[in-house]
Structure formats: C-alpha cells, structure tokens
Design a protein around this ligand. Structure first.
Ligand SMILES: [Zn+2]
Length: 122
C-alpha cells in the first residue's frame, strides 16, 4: 500500500489553535516552492513542511516526508486554490498527453519516458 496516498495526510491540522489547510503535497519540491512563492506574493500566509527531508537522496522513499504546502487562514483557501490552478496551468510540465511511438500507450506530459515500455519521450 502506498502510504503517500493515506487520506489522513490530507486535511487539516491544528497548530497554535488555528486550523491549517494543506493545499499541495508533491514529491516535486520545486513545484511546492514555486507555489509557496506565488502565495507569498499574493499575501497569503503559508508554510512548507518536509522541505528538508526531500531531495537528500532520490533513493529514499518519501512516503513519510513529501514536501507539503499549508496555508494558515481558512478565508485564504479559495484564493490559494485558484493560484494553485493557475500555477499548474503555466507549469513547464503542463502540456498534452503523448503517445509512445513504440507500444502506442498514452503517457501524461510530466513523464519523460513511456510508463509501459520505458522508451524515452521524443
Ligand atoms: Zn511504450
């Protein structure tokens, strides 16, 4: 079982008596950091968790330590989600699905090789 999919990790935590909302959990630290910067610029109070544990070694399973981005105020949630959607729209990993020239399987744009046969995206 992939523990990173544990729904208990997504939701709210209590911190200093405040409900915190997680809006992003991703193995891609750059993605999390980019969104944090955008929220900062928008004046939305947010913080990252597990940013240190990520990236030390790609061999270490990150199920317990995926970088996470949390926002501090409920009333910022809608705006934060809007920024997140906009951020992901302009992300360089965006784009269309692509079809493997070898086996014909369709892969999502963020993958650089075929999920089925492993051939590199051309
Ligand atoms: Zn393939």
């Amino acid at each position: 079982m992939n523990r990173s999919l544990n729904p208990n990790r997504i939701g709210t935590i209590h911190r200093l008596g405040v409900n915190m909302k997680i809006i992003l959990s991703s193995p891609n630290l750059n993605e999390v950091a980019q969104l944090r910067n955008m929220l900062d610029r928008a004046g939305i109070a947010c913080f990252m968790r597990n940013e240190v544990s990520a990236g030390l070694s790609p061999e270490i399973p990150l199920a317990e330590g995926l970088p996470e981005l949390w926002i501090q105020a409920d009333h910022d949630l809608a705006e934060a989600l809007r920024i997140k959607a906009a951020c992901q729209t302009v992300s360089p990993v965006g784009g269309a699905n692509w079809v493997c020239p070898v086996c014909g399987e369709t892969s999502e744009p963020q993958f650089t090789s075929c999920w089925k046969c492993g051939v590199n995206k051309t």
